[in-house]
Design a protein around this ligand. Structure first.
Ligand SMILES: Cc1cc2nc3c(=O)[nH]c(=O)nc-3n(C[C@H](O)[C@H](O)[C@H](O)COP(=O)(O)OP(=O)(O)OC[C@H]3O[C@@H](n4cnc5c(N)ncnc54)[C@H](O)[C@@H]3O)c2cc1C
Length: 406
């Protein structure tokens, strides 16, 4: 008889549990935290909604997810399809829905603008071709080969795609660039009322509650003659025919530590500001296109989703790439000083920090995804971002597919 242990209730574990709920197989999901969601979580501070780092859901993920999971019923707010580019002391929008404004923008030349159009029109075929390539170009190589100018790369690509991959050097695979562009060409970046944590909370409602064990860390897994014996924090043990786990075992067993990992992670820092007013009126993601920035992007959360802040106040999230060498105590002042260079005449004096997230293990480096144990014939199956690549959709679908195949 099959009995499956799912280690962890991140998006991948939730995906696996939903698939197993559908197929009727016996399973248990054990999550060491007091809630499901893993990296996708929200906290409520003084009436503000703070996610775990700046994260968005792309509305086009919906086409990939199975239907009937309840996500379509959430109250989504969206960022505008475009971005505000800040350089040399001023900011201006590049916006797909306002072709004239974008055409006239002096941020980069007409050739780059036509190439953006061409990229958008060719995106599906380019992505399909790129995914087949054994050694796809890096993002930077791809943009250069496609003909984009250095100005476009510095002013748009570095803060925009660098923000998505947490790497302004654009060393990641061009697959990631094309995938993100494909999602944005056919949808929007959205956030739900209640915060990103509502996504795993909604998805997990499809799973019978008695299958989810919170505050239950799996502390050991041993192979037995015909399966696995798992030990939990309360020292209870149980037998399973299969294990679906988001990490290799030794890593999963403890707090994340570098020596235990078989993939490389990139880090990020998010500074959540309560604000009396914002420097823009529309929900554009603001890109810092200046060289050597502290802040990479500024997201006007409460413009995209008004429920993120109390009435009459605003919430903005400044994202910094890496953990930097900036001491924790200097982050606020350095971030504000950098924002002031982006908006020299704006009054930031009433902005105050609600929380700073320093996320060491934020996103996996896609070039080194784990292949270990992915389809272990003995029944230990790796799921999650370490095999699928970072992304709410990738992690969820990877778990869902693994669960469906049992
Ligand atoms: C700052 C940041 C920004 C991001 N931006 C985006 C974005 O805009 N859009 C997007 O789509 N994706 C984004 N991502 C990526 C996305 O959030 C992740 O790729 C995805 O949530 C990973 O899910 P997972 O299930 O693979 O892993 P995790 O979320 O890490 O889940 C693993 C779970 O396993 C549990 N666990 C581990 N070991 C044990 C054990 N021994 N016993 C019990 N439980 C255990 C952990 O507590 C955790 O809940 C971002 C991530 C970060 C950090």
């Amino acid at each position: 008889m099959k009995k499956v242990l799912i280690v962890g209730g991140g998006l991948s574990g939730i995906g696996a549990a939903i698939a197993l709920s559908k197929s009727g197989l016996d399973f248990e999901l054990h999550e060491k935290a007091n809630q499901v969601g893993g990296k996708v979580a929200s906290e409520y501070v003084e009436g503000f909604t703070l996610d775990r780092g700046f994260q968005v859901y792309f509305s086009s993920y919906t086409y990939e997810f199975p239907s009937g999971l309840g996500l379509e019923k959430l109250n989504w707010g969206s960022f505008k399809n475009g971005a505000m580019l800040c350089y040399d002391g001023s900011c201006e929008p590049i916006d797909k829905s306002m072709p004239l404004v974008s055409a006239l923008s002096p941020a980069f030349g007409i050739k780059d603008k036509l190439l953006v159009l061409k990229l958008t029109l060719q995106i599906k075929s380019l992505l399909a071709k790129n995914l087949k390539s054994k050694s796809p170009l890096s993002m930077r190589e791809f943009l250069q080969t496609y003909g984009f100018s250095d100005l476009f790369i510095t002013r748009f690509a570095e803060p925009f795609w660098g923000g998505i991959t947490l790497d302004r050097d654009l060393k990641e695979s061009s697959n990631k660039l094309l995938r993100a562009w494909s999602y944005l060409s056919s949808g929007k970046a959205v956030i739900p009322a209640g915060g990103m944590g509502v996504i795993p909370a909604t998805l997990s409602k499809v799973i019978p509650p008695d299958r989810i064990h919170l505050n239950s860390q799996v502390v050991a897994i041993k192979t037995t003659g015909n399966g696995f014996e798992a030990t939990f924090t309360d020292e209870k043990t149980n037998l399973y025919s299969h294990v679906l786990a988001p990490t290799n075992w030794s890593y999963s067993n403890s707090e994340q530590s570098e020596t235990d990992q078989d993939v490389n992670y990139k880090s990020s820092t998010a500074v959540w500001f309560a604000a009396d007013q914002l420097p823009i009126k529309e929900p554009y993601l603001i890109l810092n296109s200046n060289p050597n920035p502290v802040v990479n992007t500024l997201a006007p959360m409460s413009l995209a989703q008004p429920s993120y802040s109390p009435k009459g106040q605003h919430l903005a999230c400044a994202s910094l790439l890496g953990l930097n060498e900036i001491p924790y105590s200097d982050i606020e002042s350095l971030a504000l000083a950098d924002l002031q260079t982006m908006y020299p005449t704006f009054d930031f004096s009433n902005w105050r920090v609600l929380r700073i997230d320093r996320i060491k293990y934020a996103q996996v480096e896609e070039t080194g995804l784990s292949t270990a144990d992915t389809h272990n014939p003995n029944g230990y199956i790796r799921i999650g971002e370490q095999v699928s690549g970072s992304g709410i959709n990738h992690a969820f679908l990877n778990g869902y597919q693994a669960g469906s195949q049992l």
